[in-house]
Design a protein around this ligand. Structure first.
Ligand SMILES: Cc1cc2nc3c(=O)[nH]c(=O)nc-3n(C[C@H](O)[C@H](O)[C@H](O)COP(=O)(O)O)c2cc1C
Length: 221
């Protein structure tokens, strides 16, 4: 099949777009309001977009509470949501009042951050501490003030990693069992059983290509 996204004439039961751009990592964004109320919400239009300096982005449909807080004080954290915290992650997405503390709502303890005011989810195996750089209002949407799609970009200035997930200097991401968002109401989870290594190809003297062997030297080629 093929469909035109402007008219969205896919003819399917539901819009398939998010089911195709999958799996997406989930940024579990914590912010603080002007009067100190904690806010927590998952965003799956989320990703890392640069390393050294490290940048992440997420996008908000309309000006949600996370964006309001970030634009007020310029800080957020992003905790890694995992299989163990899937229920709390889901509850923290409830469309509750601006002044409701979603950490409390989801019964999730906080741990203090080092470089920013918003805390992280204490049970998260890793978290990113971020400073807001820019919000981009995306065009081609019906845009009136607080309506539309907003891309929020932040620089990661501090990283927490639970030492239990560091083995011989390597982070064992799969052991954290991070969640991934797919389409519809579906999720995936990375586990040690589903993770695999694939080395980058190297070009040999005779022009043929084969995957590198031996221990990886830490350079992304
Ligand atoms: C797994 C998951 C991913 C989500 N991703 C997004 C997203 O990318 N953008 C968005 O605007 N809302 C997303 N939502 C919905 C928000 O989490 C929800 O609207 C939440 O109430 C926003 O909270 P806030 O107003 O405190 O920022 C997602 C919800 C879930 C459960």
């Amino acid at each position: 099949m093929y469909y035109d996204c402007i008219n969205n004439d896919h003819g399917l039961k539901h819009d398939p777009f998010k089911a195709l751009v999958a799996p997406r990592p989930i940024g579990w964004i914590a912010t603080v309001s002007e009067n100190g109320v904690l806010n927590l919400a998952p965003y799956s239009f989320f990703n890392a977009v640069a390393a050294n300096p490290n940048y992440v982005m997420f996008s908000s449909v309309d000006r949600k509470d996370s964006l309001k807080n970030i634009e007020n004080n310029g800080e957020f954290t992003c905790s890694i949501s995992t299989w163990d915290t899937r229920e709390g992650m889901n509850i923290s997405s409830a469309p509750v009042d601006y002044l409701a503390d979603e950490f409390a709502l989801a019964n999730l303890a906080t741990s203090p951050s080092q470089f920013v005011k918003p805390p992280r989810v204490a049970r998260a195996p890793a978290a990113l501490e971020c400073k807001h750089w820019k919000t981009v209002a995306m065009p081609d949407v019906e845009h009136d003030g607080d309506k539309g799609h907003f891309l929020i970009i932040g620089q990661v200035i501090g990283v927490f990693i639970d030492d239990n997930f560091i083995e011989e200097g390597i982070v064992n991401t799969a052991a954290m069992r991070p969640l991934a968002r797919m389409g519809y109401m579906d999720y995936g989870v990375i586990t040690p059983e589903t993770a695999f290594e694939l080395r980058r190809p190297v070009v040999k003297e005779d022009g043929s290509v084969e995957n590198a062997t031996g221990e990886w030297d830490g350079v992304y080629r």
